[in-house]
Design a protein around this ligand. Structure first.
Ligand SMILES: Cc1cc2nc3c(=O)[nH]c(=O)nc-3n(C[C@H](O)[C@H](O)[C@H](O)COP(=O)(O)O)c2cc1C
Ligand SMILES: O=C(O)C(=O)c1ccccc1
Length: 359
């Protein structure tokens, strides 16, 4: 049976995936408290709609760092799409470009960034790709990969800062899953020195990465910089002071520090700290159009989705990703209509209220 919502896509993906790879995608750090919190926090927020506003049918498009997106939903960077489907990031890139939205391509992709960009270019005249970076202590490599992303046409750098060490995933430990299967590589890592070219083991997640590295990035590239994974309001403020262009409020889908707050619970604190000076995006647990509208109400310009895209990809390649994106688009439009809003910018803080109940 065809899935009718994102959760049913997860069930289908689970049937189709090697259980070890399903665990890699679904899993999170330690007790997996944060990954569960991301979804359950949305349940504790109620939407309080306005009525009789005579609103026009909603238009969903938004502008993000100068790029137009057809809806306030973009694709979070996720590693290793080839584990989900042989078409891998090529399929994801086509689906995102055809949907008119932004794909944040992961540095740890199993298709090279140049090939991802070429694929997106086949289905849209002007697709928007952003490139996610783990700053490497090998600054020569970091600069080289930034140049590759620029040359491939990426329009922003999304620098992930929640990973001074790799999160401990007990599912992966139990399954002894610590590397890509033979024949799959991280195609962007070919130039990284040390170890086998393209092996994920070459990637260094280092606690020594600091604001100085961000300053250096600022010097070497004209691309806008999005900070992904700063949750503390003091860091959000520092980011604005340092000239960061946008924040992606994220706890890495619960895969790094377990017991971080749900992103939707933390968003108001980050929004208060940045005072509207930079746009905010949010990811973590977005599974419904109602979740999208709640995030907009609490201060996000747009949301990003990680696992839902992987479920679509695993279930049915490009067509599956397309279905997932279109479901979320339709649900968001429907939710806006039911809230009396004619678009994302009409969503105000007062439409959301915290409730005690648990459904
Ligand atoms: C399988 C998987 C791989 C991921 N790989 C990366 C990555 O390489 N870089 C990164 O910044 N975030 C990565 N993330 C985190 C996502 O960008 C995103 O923050 C998270 O998945 C959002 O939560 P959601 O899955 O509930 O939508 C990954 C997440 C998953 C599930
Ligand atoms: O799985 C992840 O979430 C991720 O970001 C990652 C980080 C290092 C190696 C492989 C994946």
């Amino acid at each position: 049976m065809d899935p009718v919502n994102v959760r049913e896509f997860e069930a289908l993906a689970r049937e189709r995936l090697d259980p070890v790879h399903y665990d890699y995608f679904a899993g999170a750090a330690q007790d997996e408290i944060t990954v569960r919190a991301n979804e359950s926090a949305f349940v504790r927020l109620a939407l309080v709609p306005r009525v009789l506003r005579g609103a026009a049918a909603p238009a969903l498009d938004v502008t993000l760092l100068g790029a137009d997106a057809s809806m306030p939903i973009v694709l979070s960077p996720t590693a290793f799409h080839r584990l989900a489907h042989p078409d891998a990031e090529r399929a994801t890139a086509r689906a995102a470009a055809a949907a008119g939205t932004i794909m944040i391509a992961a540095m740890l992709s199993t298709v090279a960034i140049e090939d991802i960009a070429a694929e997106a270019g086949k289905v849209a005249a002007d697709p928007t790709l952003w490139f996610q970076l783990y700053v490497q202590p090998d600054l020569g490599f970091t600069e080289a990969i930034v140049r590759r992303a620029e040359a491939a046409g990426c329009r922003a750098l999304v620098v992930t800062v929640d990973s001074p060490a790799l999160g401990r995933h007990e599912r992966n430990d139990r399954n002894a899953f610590h590397d890509l299967p033979a024949g799959m590589r991280c195609e962007n890592l070919r130039e990284l020195r040390g170890g086998e070219p393209g092996s994920v083991r070459q990637v260094v997640l280092s606690p020594e990465i600091s604001w100085r590295h961000l300053d250096r990035l600022r010097e070497i590239t004209p691309l806008p910089i999005v900070l992904k994974g700063a949750l503390h309001p003091l860091d959000a403020r520092l980011a604005v002071e340092r000239g960061i262009d946008a924040l992606l409020v994220s706890n890495h889908g619960g895969r790094q520090l377990d017991t971080m707050p749900a992103t939707i619970d933390q968003l108001p604190f980050v929004a208060e700290a940045v005072e509207g000076r930079v746009p905010l995006l949010l990811d973590g647990g977005v599974r419904r159009g109602t979740d999208v509208v709640k995030a907009l109400a609490l201060g996000a310009r747009a949301v990003a989705v990680g696992r839902p895209v992987l479920w679509g990809l695993a279930a049915d390649g490009e067509a599956g990703v397309t279905r997932v994106l279109e479901m979320l688009r339709a649900e968001t439009a429907h939710t806006l209509t039911l809230c009396g809003c004619d678009g994302p910018s009409a969503v105000t803080r007062d439409l959301v209220r915290e409730v005690r109940c648990c459904h």
